[in-house]
Design a protein around this ligand. Structure first.
Ligand code: HEM
Length: 538
């Protein structure tokens, strides 16, 4: 009996070890790491995309490595990214602490499964109906909204003659109001304190999320590192603060539409936030890791409501419909989800577009001859100040594409999560693996792009002068979760730059950034060095 038992245990253990070795053998190749932390200590904290790109030169277009508690698979070939991200198995999000832990799978960026599919369908169709598709009837209306935001910037520039301007900051403020109209249905008044506060929370949040990178992979770090604990505190409080602002916008927009909050849609913190200050004012506190906390009171009635369609109204109307009809998917339309969705749309839409434009302005100031050529194109196609169509300005669009290639604003890409055990070719990808589409490696591959470190907008032009879209160019990624705001961002960038360049010539007021500064600063996005500009009227 004893012998039989020993034999059975040995057999089961042997089988288990054999199975594990087989599984391990089928994983993609990759570097060894240390126990617990994996390869994390060897990744350049400030330029992780460079370390990962260098590894792809050793291990190939697909490799795997342990990053703390997470197994990551890195893809550095556009075709592999396309094939992988078109599969349902890879449509999840990586189980990172900051995304899963802080967002709880709410919103759209961190959502998965039924919630994600439902919200993505809604967002895509709403964006289209607002004019964000090439042949939409409402496109003209959207162009006009964008134009009005741009005039605000131009007026501000004209007012500040001869001064060195923080142009990216000015652009973000005005662009932000266009995005605010589309998402919330409100604009902030010019120079509004609460708008600055809201932007600062967003900017510091984006920066801190990058800095806190390691906590994503080793969540226990927050219990031992006071600095990481403080970062998380700032992020959590910042989130609560912005939710206060959303709560007041939701309340006001609901009243404007004459809607009641459906029973079952309540979000407890929302109710409490609005009860805090009976006169309806909001206490806006700015928690910071780098400066003392500040506070001010905000009267939501100062927000300027807009006429056009917005995501918030569409959500509220859909919410009413689903709750009234007893649709089981009403579950996806609760106020809690709405708060996270608004935050996602604002963050995804504004930060990405303004960082892209900030890099673009910098390259335009560094390459004045390209700036002149682009201006010539704008003035020849649109001699009068008309609504602009990006397809008629190929050189301008080529320069924007080249900016997005040479400085991928999300250089490691936005990772996906593997929702079930799956295979890529012969490699086994385990459930919960993080799949990284390494944009930097793809956009800087010398086998695809000649002299990849050189800024050459014309690489995006065909011989007949039309705009080329090489398949290796994936700033918005590809597949099931591809950015739904790509067309909006093109419309915003083109609408803004074409009007700015027709009126102003820009040049650097700060000293030329060093090669090191031109590498950018990694947060959620790769930010350019902060520089100022002179604008000279044409
Ligand atoms: C230059 C500007 C932009 C860039 C480079 C960019 C890039 C990206 C990337 C790389 C992703 C991840 C896609 C994936 O997971 O496979 C993404 C997702 C997303 N983007 Fe953008 N984006 C930009 C502008 C916008 C704008 C203007 C909006 C809308 C207002 C927007 C809304 C979103 C949303 C909602 C998602 C999440 C999609 C999902 O998880 O299903 N983005 N974006």
């Amino acid at each position: 009996m004893d012998l039989y038992f020993i034999w059975l245990v040995t057999f089961v253990a042997g089988f288990w070890i054999f199975k594990k070795i087989k599984e391990w053998q089928n994983l993609p190749p990759g570097p060894w790491g240390l126990p617990i932390v994996g390869y994390l200590p060897f990744i350049d904290r400030y330029h992780p995309h460079i370390t990962l790109t260098n590894l792809s030169k050793t291990y190939g277009a697909i490799y795997g490595l342990k990053m703390g508690s997470i197994y990551a698979v890195v893809l550095s070939d556009h075709k592999l990214v396309g094939d992988t991200f078109s599969k349902d198995s890879f449509s999840g999000r990586a189980p990172l602490y900051l995304t899963h832990g802080l967002m709880n799978g709410n919103g759209i960026i961190c959502a998965e499964g039924g919630l994600w599919r439902d919200q993505r369908k809604l967002i895509t169709s709403w964006l289209k109906s607002f004019g964000m598709s090439k042949h939409s009837v409402s496109r003209e209306k959207l162009e006009k909204r964008i134009a009005s935001g741009v005039y605000e910037i131009l007026e501000n520039i004209e007012k500040t003659s001869d001064a060195a301007l923080d142009l990216p900051h000015m652009l973000t403020n005005s662009l932000g109001n266009v995005v605010n109209e589309i998402i919330f249905g409100f604009k902030f008044p010019p120079e509004d304190k609460t708008w600055q506060w809201f932007r600062q929370i967003q900017e510091e949040g984006c920066h801190e999320m990058g800095v806190a990178g390691v906590v994503n992979f080793l969540p226990f770090i927050r219990h031992v590192s006071p600095s990481t604990r403080k970062t998380i505190e700032v992020l959590v409080r910042g989130q609560a603060q912005t939710h206060t602002l959303y709560a007041s916008m939701i309340d006001r927009r609901r009243k404007m539409l004459g809607l009641e909050k459906p029973k079952g849609a309540e979000y407890a913190p929302h109710e409490n936030l609005l009860k805090l200050y009976p006169n309806g004012h909001i206490k806006c506190i700015k928690y910071s890791k780098v400066s003392p906390n500040t506070e001010h009171f905000f009267d939501p009635n100062t927000l300027i409501p807009t006429e056009g369609d917005c995501i918030l109204d569409n959500f509220l109307l859909e919410q009413k419909k689903r709750f009234e009809s007893g649709d089981p998917t009403a579950l996806y339309m609760r106020d809690e989800q709405l708060h996270f969705l608004l935050a996602d749309m604002f963050g995804a839409g504004l930060d990405t577009t303004s960082v892209t434009l900030a890099w673009f302005l910098l390259y335009m100031a560094l390459f004045p001859e390209e700036q002149e050529e682009i201006r010539k194109e704008i003035l020849s196609v649109y001699p009068y100040d008309d609504d602009v169509d990006s397809s008629r300005l190929p050189l301008l669009m080529a320069a924007i594409c080249e900016t997005q290639r040479i400085r991928s604003i999300v250089p490691v890409g936005i990772p996906h999560g593997c929702i079930e055990d799956a295979y890529l070719g012969n490699y086994r990808i385990p459930k919960n693996a993080m799949v990284i589409p390494l944009q930097w490696a793809i956009h800087m591959d010398p086998n695809v792009w000649e002299e990849p470190e050189k800024f050459k907008p014309r690489r995006f032009l065909a011989q007949d002068g039309s705009l080329l879209k090489p398949q290796e160019f994936i700033p918005f990624q590809t597949g099931k979760r591809m950015c739904p705001g790509d067309e909006l961002s093109r419309m915003l960038s083109c609408g803004l730059v074409s009007r700015l360049f027709r009126k102003q010539r820009i040049r650097l007021a700060s000293k030329i950034p060093t090669a090191e500064e031109m590498r950018g600063t990694v947060g959620v996005t790769l930010a350019p060095p902060p520089v100022k500009y002179y604008c000279e009227p044409i």
